[in-house]
Design a protein around this ligand. Structure first.
Ligand code: ABC
Length: 470
């Protein structure tokens, strides 16, 4: 599917190894060990009802190709980022038939499949005398950049040509200047997307490969490509928006946690970075991936236990111009810190929906966004605007949605007076989290008071939104 077909979707990101066991069982999974815990494609299929019930219509799964076997000082390759053979699947997650069954099961529900892929590197070489002999198809020294671990992330040549990792586990950096390597990757991606009927790609380590590798790769994939450019500065990230369809919006993420973690967080900085991206990226933030958590970062609830703050953070990507992405476990209030603690098994939650505050919150977010898209054809191409940013409050308007944020936390007080919307006096609005209806006052202002520091989300009361009718 194309970037524009993806734009209306919302994505549930999961690690295949940690999401669901086939047969619905449960087993111990100690994140500290960094070992395979047993999740699989069949396991995911069995839990598609759960994902769909949360309101998602796409999933992003972790890398699928065969990885190095065995245990390194950083454990096993359960995350999938340590390729050994790009022409085979990782047998820990299932067979080719199983992956095809997942792809089919998703499509039957009109859901999309996004697969995470890596071309920057292979896994850590396991045999030091013939380091690349077990890799396929790149098994010669000339297929890799000479060994050097990246130390200076400000030196772009190092970033592209040295190795990721550290001196204990270094990732063999593919020589993406070598014509054989380039040609092989180009034809590999074309076949991979076709073979498994993949709808979109999350591309790993985009900034670690020279920019002019990407346009042909992205085009040949035949699907939407969204890339990880792990950097906080829009001026650095912007160039990559010209070579692939979109980027994961890291610059905004850098401002997001600090903005809401304390009542002195800088909400203006958050508004500013969004504005810069809107002005400088090829298509603004449209087509980008908006997220609050992922598998590389400590979960927000590891930094604060305040549910009001957590709800503010979870809400932001859903009123963003890009495609909202939720990292599995956010809906269950998972609290894992840095890698590997942020990669908990979801089966330990029991996938309980009933009585879970964050599950309800996520359902409301997806429902509201879908209602906005359904009632307002222009919604997806309406840039988000900031109608008021104070030290502790912020209003984000993307007609017909208005989201009100605050960083005062559960014990604080905050209120908003929002002007500048298209809503005329008397217009009735539904607040989606509480299902209360309020009216815009005679001056055209929406006045609202926060309840225990929680965010609010408004849509015209005339919009069809299941979430509040049941
Ligand atoms: C393993 C261990 C870790 C250990 C590491 C050395 O090795 O688990 O505990 O610290 C996969 C696995 C990881 C594994 C790695 C390495 O492989 O998932 O568990 O870590 O073997 C992507 C994926 C990620 C994946 C890989 C590798 C790449 O999302 O899951 O990791 O395929 C860099 C890359 C980025 C990569 C990330 C993990 O590393 O750019 O693509 N993510 C700076 C740099 C960033 C760099 C980051 C972390 O450090 O700018 O480019 O990301 O090393 C801010 C600064 C930033 C700074 C951050 C940390 O601080 O402004 O610049 O980022 O304040």
């Amino acid at each position: 599917a194309s970037v524009w077909e993806w734009q209306s979707r919302s994505i549930y990101q999961l690690l295949t190894d940690r999401f669901s066991l086939e047969g619905g069982g449960t087993t111990e999974c100690i994140t500290d060990y960094r070992k395979y815990c047993g999740g699989s494609y069949r396991g995911i299929i069995e839990k598609l009802d759960y994902i769909q019930d949360l309101g998602f219509d796409a999933i992003w799964i972790s890398p699928i190709v065969a990885n190095i076997e065995g245990v390194t000082v950083y454990g096993e390759a359960f995350h999938g980022y340590w390729a050994q053979d790009i022409y085979s699947l990782n047998p820990h997650f299932g067979s080719e038939e199983d992956l095809l069954a997942l792809s089919n099961a998703l499509h039957e529900r009109d859901m999309y499949l996004m697969v995470d892929i890596v071309v920057n590197h292979f896994g850590p070489p396991v045999n030091s005398s013939t380091p690349y002999a077990s890799f396929r198809p790149f098994d010669k020294p000339s297929h890799f950049h000479p060994y050097c671990i990246i130390t200076d992330y400000n030196n772009q040549t190092d970033v592209e040509q040295c190795w990721l990792g550290d001196n204990k586990v270094g990732l063999a950096d593919a020589n993406t200047e070598n014509p054989f390597v380039v040609k092989t990757y180009y034809s590999w991606i074309r076949h991979l997307t076709q073979k498994y009927d993949i709808d979109g790609l999350r591309i790993d380590t985009v900034k670690h490969v020279r920019k002019d590798f990407w346009p042909a790769f992205s085009t040949l994939s035949g699907v939407y490509t969204v890339g990880e450019v792990y950097h906080g500065d829009t001026a650095y990230v912007k160039d990559y928006t010209y070579v692939i369809d979109g980027v994961l919006d890291y610059p905004t993420w850098y401002q997001l946690f600090p903005a809401f973690q304390t009542s002195t967080g800088n909400l203006s900085a958050l508004a500013e970075v969004v504005h810069k991206a809107q002005l400088t990226y090829k298509t603004g933030l449209f087509g980008s991936g908006a997220f609050s958590e992922n598998h590389d970062q400590p979960r927000f609830p590891s930094l604060t236990s305040d549910t009001a703050r957590i709800k503010n953070v979870i809400t932001f990507p859903f009123i963003h111009d890009g495609i909202p992405i939720l990292y599995y476990g956010q809906e269950q209030g998972y609290t894992g810190g840095n890698d590997p603690y942020n990669r908990e098994a979801l089966w330990l939650s029991g996938y309980v929906e009933e009585g879970k505050e964050l599950v309800d919150h996520v359902k409301a977010l997806n429902a509201a966004r879908k209602a906005a898209i359904a009632t307002c054809p222009g919604y997806l191409l309406t840039p988000m605007t900031f109608l008021g940013v104070t030290a502790t409050t912020m209003a984000v308007y993307k007609h017909p949605l208005l989201a009100l944020f605050t960083n005062v936390g559960s014990n604080g007080t905050a209120s908003w007076n929002v002007q500048g919307t298209e809503w005329t006096p008397g217009t009735e609005l539904l607040e989606v989290f509480s299902c209360n209806v309020v009216a815009v006052d005679e001056t055209g202002t929406l006045k609202a008071t926060a309840v225990g520091g929680q965010p609010q989300l408004y849509i015209p009361a005339s919009a069809p939104i299941n979430h509040c009718s049941s």
